[in-house]
Write a protein that binds this ligand. Structure first.
Ligand SMILES: [Ca+2]
Length: 336
C-alpha cells in the first residue's frame, strides 16, 4: 500500500512543475544582455511597405520630420534648397520657403514650436516658427552639417558625414558631447539623415547605402539594420540614394521613408526577412503583449490545475492503484 505521504510528494512535484512552467512563460525573452545590448550581434530586417505615397521628384531630400500629424521636409542642392510642409496622404507640397542660393539645405528637426534646418557647409542652422515658417533666429556651427534629430528633450544629435554624431543642447545649440557609431565594432562612416526614436534609439541613413541603421544612443552601437534596397526606384541615378526618415511620434513602429529625387515615399516598418513577400503588419504594442501573456499564463495554470488536481490527477493516481485521496486516508492534525 502506498502511504498517504506519496500524495503529498506528487502534489509537491506538481507545484514545482507548475511554478517552473509559469516562470518560463513569464520570464523576459533572453534576447538582450543586462545592459540592453543584443547578445547575438546585429539583426538584419527588411522594410515592409504599408502604403506608397507620392513624393515630389524634384526634391533632393535631406531631412524629414513629423510633428503633430504634419510632415516637414528639408531639400538640398544650391539654388533649389527649401523648407517644406508635405501632405502626408498625397505628398503634395502644402507650403515652402526657399533658402539663400549660397545654402544647401540639410538635416531638419523639431524643437518645441520651432523647426531647425542645417545648411551643409554654410555653418548656419536656421530656426523657423513651425506655424508661420518665419525665421525666428539661427545658430552657427563648425564643420559640416548633414543630419539632425531631437530627442524631444534637451538633446539634438547631428551628423557631419563621419561616424561621429555631435550632441548639442537643444536650447542653445552648444556642443555637449559626441557619440561614436559602430557596426560590429567598426566605425560606421557617412552617417546622414537621422531620426531620434523612442526607446533610446536613432535611425540613420548612410550616404550611398540602401539600409537604415538603428543605433543605441547609449553606446553608439548599431543594433539592427533594415535593408531597403528593394525600394530603390528603377529610374533612380546612383546618387539618388535613400535619405529621409520620419516617425509618427507615439507610433514608433510607423516609419516614413523616401530618397533624393524619389517619386515615392513609403509608410511601413521593419519586418523579418521573408522568403515570400507579405504585407507588413504593425507589431503588438506593450499592452497587447501583456494581455496575451496574462491570457497564456491563465490558460496554462487552468490546464495544470485540471490535469494535476482534477480528473487528470485522479486518474494518474488511480492508474497506480491509488485513490485520491487514498482510501482510508485519515488526515490528522500535524500531517504535512
Ligand atoms: Ca528625420
Amino acid at each position: 500500500m502506498i502511504p498517504g505521504g506519496s500524495v503529498t510528494f506528487l502534489r509537491n512535484h506538481a507545484l514545482i512543475l507548475a511554478a517552473t512552467l509559469l516562470l518560463m512563460v513569464a520570464a523576459p525573452l533572453p534576447n538582450a544582455a543586462s545592459d540592453g545590448h543584443p547578445i547575438f550581434g546585429v539583426d538584419y530586417y527588411e522594410f515592409g511597405v504599408n502604403q506608397t505615397i507620392a513624393h515630389d521628384d524634384s526634391a533632393f531630400t535631406q531631412g524629414l520630420a513629423i510633428h503633430e500629424g504634419r510632415m516637414y521636409e528639408s531639400t538640398g542642392m544650391y539654388g533649389q534648397s527649401e523648407l517644406r510642409e508635405i501632405d502626408m496622404e498625397t505628398g503634395e507640397v502644402l507650403r515652402s520657403i526657399s533658402l539663400n542660393e549660397s545654402e544647401f539645405g540639410e538635416g531638419l528637426a523639431v524643437v518645441g514650436d520651432e523647426l531647425i534646418q542645417l545648411t551643409w557647409k554654410a555653418g548656419v542652422a536656421h530656426r523657423y516658427s513651425i506655424e508661420t515658417f518665419e525665421e525666428v533666429g539661427n545658430y552657427t556651427y563648425e564643420g559640416e552639417g548633414w543630419g539632425l534629430c531631437s530627442d524631444g528633450g534637451e538633446l539634438l544629435y547631428m551628423s557631419n558625414g563621419t561616424s561621429t554624431l555631435t550632441l548639442r543642447n537643444s536650447t542653445d545649440f552648444t556642443v555637449v558631447g559626441e557619440l561614436n557609431v559602430t557596426l560590429d565594432g567598426e566605425p560606421l562612416d557617412r552617417l546622414n539623415e537621422l531620426e531620434c526614436v523612442g526607446g533610446g534609439m536613432i535611425y540613420a541613413n548612410v550616404w550611398y547605402d540602401d539600409s537604415i541603421y538603428i543605433i543605441s544612443r547609449d553606446s553608439g552601437a548599431v543594433w539592427d539594420v533594415i535593408d531597403c534596397s528593394a525600394l530603390i526606384p528603377e529610374e533612380a541615378e546612383p546618387n539618388h540614394v535613400l535619405n529621409g526618415i520620419a516617425f509618427m511620434p507615439g507610433h514608433n513602429t510607423t516609419l516614413y521613408i523616401t530618397g533624393k529625387y524619389w517619386p515615392v515615399m513609403y509608410e511601413g516598418g521593419m519586418r523579418e526577412v521573408a522568403e515570400d513577400p507579405v504585407e507588413w503588419q504593425e507589431p503588438l504594442d506593450d499592452d497587447e503583449v501583456a494581455g496575451w501573456l496574462i491570457f497564456l499564463i491563465g490558460l496554462i495554470a487552468a490546464a495544470l490545475t485540471y490535469l494535476l488536481w482534477g480528473k487528470g490527477f485522479d486518474s494518474l493516481t488511480k492508474s497506480r492503484g491509488v485513490h485520491n485521496p487514498p482510501d482510508g486516508t485519515v488526515y490528522s492534525e500535524g500531517e504535512e
